[in-house]
Design a binder for this molecule. Structure first.
Ligand code: ADP
Length: 380
């Protein structure tokens, strides 16, 4: 079977690592031939994943195609689907998720709790919504990794909003943020991964690490699982879906957003679960049975983000110390250039003791840094 991935970032790279275990010939399209997935696929095509012709021409040679980023040309995927290529996630579900306005309307239409919202087409419309504050303004198209989201606490901050179609969402008093990854096969059967909990650095509001399974009350977990399954079933598509949820200070559960693809919140499944999210997507694409989503051991996953103030050829500080840790698994994405905030790698730690996970996650956060090559090394 010939299967393609639109996008060649770290998610594509980890998909290809899992593909090596299956009878599949892999194809990747991305506009950068030095991207993380470029050298792990069987066939690389340099192209624009947002361009109709590029996506269509890439896809028409394939039996199946998937994505590792939402920002792709959906019309070309629709055409490919009509012509018999398996497109997972289905273009119809991708079209809903790709646009935050359609995504919010979708949650409302299926009666799942998602924060109340107003649609604003431009900044002038936003300025009329002072009574709706505090709120979070989210651009409808093209937002990614926190870009495309601004918090507007009061009237003075309203000018920070987007002058483009967006949703203005009521601010939730968040107690915990969790993510649920759901796998759906062609028969519509589903398998749910244990919930993942995001741990933030309160001073900088930065994601510090993720814990799995999440430390939440069983009843809240059931509520969250029921909501995530409702969302995914109504998307009517095979694939892997990550449903991000908020638990508020009154223990209400709200859907934040859904990703129709393998997700950052599932990286730990490579070592910590019997069947990783990447392995699972191949099972779905190739028509094999769903795998076992259960945890083997609890885990913490730490993203390695380009350090603030460093831009250029990457140098990993503290790598040896981290590699000495028992049960720590280092993943570097092969990006030659670092810059502040860029996702350069991640580390998963597994343990049967939560304290051990937290201790090691904090140590890794302090120790492993993606910086640039120090001038002292360059001059030798
Ligand atoms: P992105 O996809 O760019 O990460 P999100 O929609 O997930 O954007 O928002 C980023 C972060 O902003 C969330 O993880 C959460 O901490 C905060 N946030 C988003 N929506 C709300 C909301 N309605 N109330 C409070 N905080 C929110």
């Amino acid at each position: 079977m010939k299967a393609g991935i639109l996008g060649g970032g770290q998610l594509g790279r980890m998909l290809l690592q899992a593909a090596a275990n299956y009878p599949v010939e892999t194809f990747v399209m991305e506009n950068d031939d030095e991207c993380p997935a470029a050298h792990l696929c069987n066939h690389f095509t340099k192209g624009n994943i947002n361009d109709y012709n590029d996506v269509y021409n890439f896809g028409k040679q394939l039996d199946a195609i998937t994505i590792e980023i939402e920002s792709v040309n959906v019309e070309a995927l629709q055409k490919l689907e009509e012509e018999g290529v398996k497109v997972y996630p289905k273009p119809s579900s991708l079209a809903i998720i790709k646009n935050k306005i359609l995504q919010k309307n979708f949650y409302e239409s299926i009666n799942v709790p998602s924060p109340a919202f107003i649609i604003t087409q431009n900044k002038n419309e936003l300025k009329n919504q002072k009574n709706f504050l505090p709120a979070v303004h989210k651009i409808a198209m093209g937002g990614y990794d926190g870009r495309g989201v601004v918090v507007i606490k009061n009237e003075r901050e309203i000018d920070n909003g987007f002058d483009a179609p967006a949703v203005l969402e009521k601010m939730i008093q968040i107690k915990k943020e969790i993510s649920l990854i759901v796998a759906v096969n062609e028969k519509g059967e589903t398998a749910l991964y244990p919930a993942v909990e995001m741990i933030f650095n309160k001073d900088f509001n930065l994601l510090q690490y993720q814990l799995s399974p999440a430390d939440i009350d069983e009843k809240i977990l059931w509520k969250a699982e029921a909501i995530a399954l409702t969302v995914v079933k109504n998307l009517n598509s095979p694939g892997i879906f990550a449903v991000e949820l908020f638990i508020d200070t009154s223990d209400n559960v709200w859907v934040n957003e859904t990703a129709p693809r393998v997700h950052n919140s599932g990286h730990h499944t490579i070592e910590a679960n019997y069947c990783s999210q990447f392995d699972m997507l191949w099972r779905i694409l190739l028509g094999y049975p769903l795998g076992n989503t259960k945890s083997i051991l609890s885990s913490a996953m730490i993203n390695l983000i380009g350090a603030e103030g460093y831009s250029g050829n990457v140098h990993y500080e503290g790598l040896e110390e981290v590699l000495k840790i028992d049960n720590a698994f280092v993943h570097l994405y092969g990006k030659k250039q670092t810059r502040a905030g860029r996702k350069m790698g991640h580390v998963t730690v597994i343990s049967n003791q939560t304290q051990d996970l937290i201790h090691k996650a904090n140590f890794i956060n302090r120790t492993l840094k993606a910086k640039t090559i120090p001038p002292s090394i360059l001059s030798i």
